[in-house]
Design a protein around this ligand. Structure first.
Ligand code: SAH
Ligand code: SF4
Length: 410
């Protein structure tokens, strides 16, 4: 594994002790509350919310003084009580393939909280730029092949913290009007938008943080602001069956299911939530997912584990199970992590599996591992970076190139 490019985060400014709260990530209702707090009369609030919304989410401004459509007095009042600060990026890594990974420290929630750290990964492709975001810090579920599953749940992320991941990404990529793009940045061929798609495939189970994820998706998809259409947002779940219908009704996003096994006995082991919601119930929820159609297919994720779930019989059973469900199948090469008992299936096994699925009429792309050199794999976010970044961060101040070489040699 080589780590050929490792960029430091911009030098962190001395932490400013402030009791002011950031408005980044708030819903319209949340911005309305902020205006009420500083005494803006109710009849004026709707219009003011619209102005704030546009400056924050369309233009990405970071200072109230830039909000030229708002009078000076109100700008000053806002600035006294609130900020437009983004959470701190404590490490940024750029892979040779353009993948970028940020370690983001959320604001502290109290005197004993250092601020939760989460990771967020940006994957540029020719026709799209995908941001992989987290919904929780850690996870309560204990999928045996997933590194996040070995970490305890710290807490749900708030709506603001979920939206902030996109705001950080767009800020770092210069993906707001009139912003400079970083050197060497690759703009996907999609009307110049860097981030065109979002997947909830970072840390955590999004359907166990339903309200936070729903509010964040409302903010992200609002077409007067960040404007990312709901069809470009995918929520991935390990199978929280009772929340799948509500996800379709209330969020209207694309759905991805972490299936990984075609028999209950094996899925009980790989995805223990299966004991509560077995495969048949899960697939029934998929059949009735609101809006599901050939134009809005459900993605089934299937991690390829050597000798565990990768036989020809498994592939045939997978095809049989999904019959009648408008589906895409995503085969994911297992990404090993220290201490795991699993291995990734051999390449020819993955090809054979994929061929059976393909012959049955499914496009079955094997998800190309991206950003491997910066450990940007789903399911093993954060913990690896913590190990890496503690040392890397120290050294980066001194010599970027030497640091990258030293970390790669570890
Ligand atoms: N909790 C949700 C979303 C986060 S996990 C879910 O389980 O769907 C995102 C995806 O990464 C899931 O499909 C998960 O199964 C997969 N994943 C987890 N660990 C992995 C690993 N080590 N290698 C490859 N994929 C992994
Ligand atoms: Fe949690 Fe998803 Fe990992 Fe399972 S695969 S432990 S649900 S993050």
């Amino acid at each position: 594994m080589t780590l050929s490019v490792l960029e430091p985060a911009a030098p962190a400014a001395e932490p400013v002790v402030t009791s002011r709260v950031s408005l980044i990530g708030r819903t319209r209702a949340g911005l309305g509350d902020a205006l009420a707090e500083i005494g803006v009369p109710e009849k004026e609030r709707r219009m003011r919310v619209g102005q704030l919304w546009n400056w924050i989410y369309h233009y990405g401004v970071r200072d109230f003084s830039a909000m030229t459509t708002i009078g000076k007095g109100l700008r000053a009042a806002l600035g006294e009580r609130f900020t437009l600060d983004l959470p701190e990026v404590t490490a940024e890594q750029v892979s040779t393939d353009g993948t970028r990974k940020w370690l983001i420290r959320m604001a502290s929630t109290g005197p004993r909280d250092r601020g939760a750290e989460i990771e967020c990964v940006y994957i540029p492709e020719v026709d799209r730029g995908t941001l992989c975001v987290s919904s929780q810090v850690g996870c309560t579920l204990t999928c045996t092949f997933c590194h996040t599953g070995t970490q305890r749940l710290v807490r749900n992320l708030t709506c603001e913290e979920i939206v902030a991941q996109l705001m950080v990404a767009r800020d770092r990529l210069g993906d707001f009007p009139n912003r400079a793009k970083p050197d060497g940045a690759f703009v996907p061929n999609d009307g110049g938008r860097f981030v065109s798609n979002i997947v909830f495939m970072g840390m955590g189970e999004p359907l166990y943080n339903f309200d936070g994820v729903r509010d964040a998706i409302d903010v992200i998809s609002d077409n007067e602001g960040l404007s990312l259409g709901r069809r470009r947002i995918t929520v991935s779940t390990s199978g929280v069956v009772p929340q799948i219908g509500p996800l379709g009704h209330e969020m209207g996003t694309m759905l991805a299911i972490s299936l990984h096994a075609v028999r209950d006995e094996l899925r009980n082991e790989l995805v223990p939530l299966n004991k509560k919601y077995p495969i048949a119930e899960l697939l029934e929820a998929c059949r009735t997912y609101p809006g599901v159609s050939n134009a809005k297919r459900i993605t089934f994720e299937y991690v390829m584990l050597k000798g565990v779930n990768d036989s020809d019989a498994d592939a045939r059973e997978l095809v049989r199970l999904l019959k009648g469900i408008p589906a895409k199948i995503n085969l994911i090469p297992f990404n090993p992590w220290p201490g795991t008992k699993y291995e990734c299936s051999d390449w020819d096994r993955i090809e054979r599996f994929s061929e059976i699925v393909f012959r049955a009429g499914y496009a079955s792309p094997v998800r190309t591992p991206r950003g491997r050199d910066i450990l940007a794999a789903c399911g093993q976010l954060k913990s690896e970076t913590e190990k890496l970044s503690a040392r890397a961060r120290l050294m980066l101040d001194q010599d970027e190139a030497a640091a990258a070489a030293a970390v790669a040699a570890e």
